[in-house]
Design a protein around this ligand. Sequence first.
Ligand SMILES: [Zn+2]
Length: 132
Amino acid sequence: MYTVQCIDCSYIFGDSEDEFGLCTECGKQQPASGSWATEETARIENLESEGKPAEAVAVAMELLYMATDVEYGDWSFAHRLAETIRRLCDAGGLSKESREHELHWKLIEANQMGGDQERTEAYERWRKSREG
Ligand SMILES: [Zn+2]
C-alpha cells in the first residue's frame, strides 16, 4: 500500500487529503508536486531538445522511481512523468524503455491496496478530478 507522509512529523495523509497542502497534524505546508526535482526536470527538457530521447527517458525513469516511492510518493508528478516518458518513447521509437515503463506501472497497480484494480482506478479518478 502506498502512503504519503508529512515532511515534518511523518503524519500519514489519508486518501482524500491533499498531500501538497497543509499537514493535518502539525500544519506544515508540504512541498509542491515535483518541486524536489526541478533540476532534473530541466535536464529532461534539455536532453529532449538536444534530440536525445533515450537519455531523457533514463533521467525521467529515475525520477519516476522516486515519485512512486512507497513512503514519499508524489503521484501528481509521477503522472506527469508518465506522460513525458510515453511521449519520448513514442517519438524516439524506444520500445525497450517503453516496456520497462509500463511494467513499472503494472507493479504499482499490483502493490496498491493489494493489487485491487478498482481501488487504483478510483484513486486515478480522484486525482484527475482534483487536477481539473
Ligand atoms: Zn506534519
